[in-house]
Design a protein around this ligand. Structure first.
Ligand SMILES: *Cc1c(COP(=O)(O)O)cnc(C)c1O
Length: 404
């Protein structure tokens, strides 16, 4: 069970007025707010531990290293990875996908194919376009239907022995669709392709088991799971991480350096050049511990209740059109009302203290498919309430009256 009042109490940013109204924050797909324990963990690092990790013999450096490495272990458990060295710290999902796609530049050859889905975030499209450009491989797109569900027959037909990589999100940030990634991975493996799952939206909204999924790569972003910005994690199967070349060169990622030859450090350090976001790494553990204390199952069922309630209430609004109506959905309601431009709707909602996202949500191809400039997106977190939903619905009705 969720005690939402107790949870809200832990988030200082939620308790403020915006444009004269108590803030209703429904832009969690873009980033979540941080509980006090996460804010405290960041301060604690700078107040008590501040020092560089993995290199000092002195006390503070050891303490900071231990805290940072404890976070790696927490992430390993959270994703159920087999080995600790399969967890790479990144600055977020964008960097994680670039790390993997950059490595594949050297593996892909002319005639090879990379599959992405029609509902990817730009950060799971552009790095693969770049990898395909420099290796003369071909990028292909798994289509989706008008409900915002991937067409699995087309996916099966696209797979062949030319397919080397499949890159797909677990949950769409624009539509909320939960993709059948386990099945998709299994089919990809039948033709020998590696699979990267962009788990940015799955992190806060479902439990993740990379071994059960049999994912080759899986990434999550700290700031979407109540943690800091500028930190995230990439899981990669040991065999793949050994095969991929390093992403960046520098300190931390080397074993030996001379001007003739450098040898690389073992995993995971091979992919962690330079001084990382130490405070962020440490506080990411705090965020994951916080989630686990509430219980991901509790969060999932509470959020489902909220999304169902919001869908029901919003459906009563004349002229509303939901974009993305998959059976399996989480965390997100995307919609447009009549011919009101999403931006105008968002401006009025903001005046009423309701924060939503408007636009293409970094998924422009999705908007193109639905022939719309963008949507209004309400995205939920565990601290949202039915009262938040009511304020959203009232705001949308008011905006509709003003704009039509
Ligand atoms: C937010 C998001 C990203 C980008 O993650 P960052 O950590 O902000 O770089 C990628 N994919 C999806 C589906 C997202 O929601």
């Amino acid at each position: 069970m969720i005690d939402v009042n107790d949870i809200r109490h832990q988030f200082p940013t939620l308790h403020q007025e915006v444009n004269g109204h108590p803030l209703v924050y429904l832009d969690n797909g873009a980033t979540t707010h941080k509980p006090q324990v996460v804010i405290d963990a960041i301060s604690h690092y700078y107040e008590k531990l501040n020092s560089n990790i993995h290199r000092g013999v002195h006390f503070l450096s050891q303490q900071a290293t231990d805290a940072y490495e404890a976070s790696r272990e927490t992430i390993r458990q959270h994703l159920n990875a087999q080995h600790l060295h399969e967890i790479i710290f990144t600055k977020g999902n964008t960097e994680a996908i670039n790390l993997v796609a950059n490595g594949f530049r050297q593996i892909l050859q002319e005639g090879d194919e990379v599959l992405v889905s029609a509902m990817e975030h730009h950060s799971n499209i552009v790095p693969w376009q770049m990898a395909c450009q420099s290796s003369s491989a071909t990028l292909k797109v798994i289509p989706m239907d008008e409900m915002g569900v991937l067409d699995m027959d087309s996916y099966k037909n696209l797979l062949s022995d030319k397919t080397k990589v499949v890159a797909v999100n677990h949950i769409s940030n624009a539509l909320g669709t939960i993709n059948p990634v386990k099945q998709m991975i299994q089919w990809a493996h039948e033709v020998g392709a590696a699979v990267l799952i962009d788990g940015a939206q799955a992190g806060p909204h479902c439990s993740i088991d990379v071994q059960d999924l049999d994912a080759d790569f899986y990434c999550i972003s700290g700031h979407k799971v109540y943690g800091p910005t500028g930190i995230g994690a990439l899981y990669g199967k040991e065999e793949w991480l050994k095969k991929l070349p390093p992403y960046q060169g520098g300190g931390e990622m080397i074993a030996t350096v001379s001007f003739d030859k450098t040898t690389y450090a073992d995993l995971p350090h091979k992919f962690e050049a330079g001084t990382p976001n130490i405070a962020g790494g440490i506080a990411l553990k705090t965020a994951i511990d916080w989630i686990n204390q509430i219980g991901l199952d509790n969060i999932v069922s509470y959020e489902k209740e909220l999304v169902d309630y919001a869908t029901e209430e919003l459906s009563k609004i004349e002229g509303i059109r939901f974009i993305g109506q998959a059976q399996e959905k989480a965390g997100v309601i995307s919609f447009i009302v009549g011919d009101i431009h999403p931006y105008d709707m968002g401006m009025i909602l903001d005046k009423l203290g309701v924060a939503v996202r408007t636009g293409h949500h970094c998924a422009q191809p999705v908007m193109d498919q639905f022939c719309i400039p963008g949507t209004v997106r309400a995205s939920f977190a565990v601290y949202n309430t039915k009262e938040d939903v009511n304020r959203l619905v009232e705001g949308v009705i008011k905006a509709q009256t003003m704009l039509s």
